[in-house]
Ligand binder design. Structure first.
Ligand code: IPE
Ligand code: IPE
Ligand code: MG
Length: 246
């Protein structure tokens, strides 16, 4: 008999709020944008580590709907890094079996970035090793509102009384993906900042003071060891979980 999600369990879906780039750079008397570049450079190794461990979905919060309010130079650096990442890394990632999915209001990005995103998604759509889901111009509130609008567009004759959680989930930007098992936030804050509000309903929440540019494979292993000690009950009591998994 095994207890679900204890000791040896690997999360199927890890989501990360990659926070602390600016503070990492400022501590070193460098512009915040240097922190973003360093943070982006570390993604590849973590993605490979996740794939090796059997994690099937890694969702990274890259740019929130609120981040547009930052200074223009910082916003354009972040756009540039995203563009470069897609240009430089995607073919290697594609060869490694990575499927790219971008969630968020992509229409808000410059046209050449949109084209690059769509091309990378199309080129990797059949890959199966791991899905790298990048949340860009993403907000959990935006996602729920667009899901309701899309549900309504798909069911124009139905009243809102017919809307169920399952149906709404089918219209979220993450449709077809499992819910988040482990939500990690680096950078010391303990808040969700409008990330996957719906999809993290039963996620285990892991907060670390490590800043994103210093969050490496060893740091991820710490989070995974912590996750393995959690008992996930999903609203049930432990004896029920034991019966289900016997
Ligand atoms: C997270 O790092 C990256 C993005 C929000 C794009 P921050 O830029 O928020 O870094 P801090 O929190 O100011 O240190
Ligand atoms: C969350 O970090 C957004 C991303 C990591 C992309 P923020 O730095 O924007 O969040 P707050 O402002 O501290 O809540
Ligand atoms: Mg921050």
């Amino acid at each position: 008999m095994t207890v679900q999600n204890q000791a040896t369990a690997t999360p199927q879906h890890i989501a990360i709020i990659m926070d602390g780039n600016g503070r990492w750079a400022q501590k070193r008397h460098m512009p915040r944008t240097v922190g973003h570049a360093k943070g982006a450079a570390g993604v590849k190794a973590l993605l490979q580590h996740c794939a090796k461990l059997g994690v099937k979905y890694l969702t990274l919060f890259a740019f929130s709907t609120e981040n547009w309010g930052r200074p223009a130079e910082e916003v354009s650096t972040l756009m540039g890094l995203f563009f470069q990442y897609l240009e430089k890394e995607m073919s290697a990632l594609a060869n490694a079996g990575v499927r790219l999915k971008v969630i968020g209001d992509v229409a808000g990005f410059p046209p050449e970035l949109q084209t690059r995103i769509h091309a990378a998604e199309a080129a990797t759509q059949h890959n199966q090793a791991i899905t790298l889901c990048v949340a860009a111009n993403y907000g959990g509130q935006w996602d729920m509102v667009q899901a309701v609008k899309n549900w309504h567009a798909a069911n124009p004759t139905l009243s809102a009384n017919h809307l169920t959680p399952d149906q709404l989930a089918q219209h979220l930007s993450t449709a077809g993906m499992p819910d988040v098992d482990l939500l990690i936030r680096t950078g010391g804050e303990q808040r969700i900042s409008n990330f996957l509000l719906w999809q993290a309903a039963y996620a285990e929440l892991y907060f670390t003071d490590s800043l994103w540019p210093e969050f490496d494979e060893a740091e991820l292993n710490k989070a995974l060891h912590w996750y393995a000690t959690r008992e996930r009950r999903f609203g049930l009591v432990q004896t029920q979980k034991l019966k289900e998994t016997a």
